[in-house]
Ligand binder design. Sequence first.
Ligand code: ADP
Ligand code: GLC
Length: 487
Amino acid sequence: MNIAFVASEVVPFAKTGGLADVSGSLPIELTKLGHNVKVFMPKYYSVDEKRFKLKHESWIGIIPVRVENKAHNVNIFKGLLDDSKTEIYFIDYPPFFHRHLLYTNDLDEDERFILFSKAVIELLQRLSWEANIIHLNDWQSALVPLLIKDNYSWDKYFDKIASVFTIHNIAYQGNFPKETYKKAEIAPKYFEAPGEIEHQGRVNFMKAGISFADIITTVSEKYAEELLTPEFSFGMDTILKYRKDDFYGILNGIDETVWSPEVDTYITQKYSSKTIDDKEKNKIELLKMFSMPYNINTPVIGIVSRLATQKGFDLFLNSIDYLLSLDVQWVILGSGEYEYEKQLKEIAVNNPEKFSISLGYSNELSHLITAGADMFLMPSHFEPCGLTQMYSLKYGTVPIVRNTGGLADTVFDWDAQIYDNKKDGTGFSFNDYNGYALTNAIERAVSYFHNKEIWKQIQQNGMKTSFAWQVSAKKYVSIYSKALAKK
Ligand code: ADP
Ligand code: GLC
């Protein structure tokens, strides 16, 4: 199959979260399965031409892309994803994409991603390549199926191409004023009743993707179920229920060539499930780095996260006094909302031996925390998939998670499994979003930490779990076939 994979962030070129990890791995895995994949993303300021050995595709020429009756001159660059054979095309338009952040609150945020989406379509028209599938990801490319149906309906090239739209996080919808449909030059009928792109009087890119893609997927089976309920859908449950027969959950994989304690070059001491005692050297190094005292019997709990309400920081901070009374040390890496940064910093200043925070983004440190901590906390309010709990499992760093979305699909509570006469638990989880449930899960984990035999079993159960992309990539291929069958 020929697959056009469209995403607004891709590792190693630009990343704000898990979407970039997925977009940097899944296309490579699809290529390994024998498919021809081309990836498309914006050329942000961080996409360094020299470092990534990109080539200006001058033969394509300048592509004039219309947004609000005005043509914007777009250039195309090309590179390779990793050292694989997967090609990646960059949409270059500096006035829109050379900004301080990938996503902004600027007034032309809608125009930035209308331009991106239209540029991908225009580029496909010029590549002399018969795409079978266009795979869109999140709101930033969600307009593509509608633009093809409306603005580009004249072009037979798209008649046989099926579209798949993956929801990585429904909380971010690309929600803009009514005028946005005019900027995209979309026919008014799509905004007016029944309003496939209208939500609460505004243009909603996410809703457009759900309405017009041939198949919709999301990143775990549990989140797919949750999205059909008002509690989790941020207003999209009605349209998703309408598309229920075309809606699937496929769990993300992880790049086990990067996220494995056996090969990780960022950590102090490599180890495997057989040499798990070596993991301790990473804990010692981690605590040294944060100038915290080391005690073999005091568990270290790590967090690596965007500091956003989604991730459960309100819950965590509400329980902090009690958590600080436990014999536990905390190492946190994160960046995000100012209020959370401020409060976490204050706690660290007041509890230097117990609580450390590194504000900002550091790939290297995220690896060391994953290897050096004994446990990893994700008390998410909701979690479409979550990658960091899967990384932790592979490193024998026992996850403590709220039982939601992808966390529920990947972490199996030790006590609940024992209750079912099974010894295959991999972590600790809690259901209710309250301080009691959170602290109870942490205390259960801490108490098992002191039983070395059981603890090792929990660690090794996690390390044995496979999250290889190959399994998920095959599921995407079967979804692509289903989408093609609809054409
Ligand atoms: P989300 O996409 O919702 O942020 P995921 O768990 O899917 O959550 O993916 C988060 C990705 O971002 C992981 O690769 C994680 O290691 C990384 N990450 C998050 N915060 C930081 C940070 N401050 N420094 C380095 N990596 C981070
Ligand atoms: C989103 C979700 C996260 C998921 C990631 C990759 O950012 O918040 O749970 O793992 O996308 O699909």
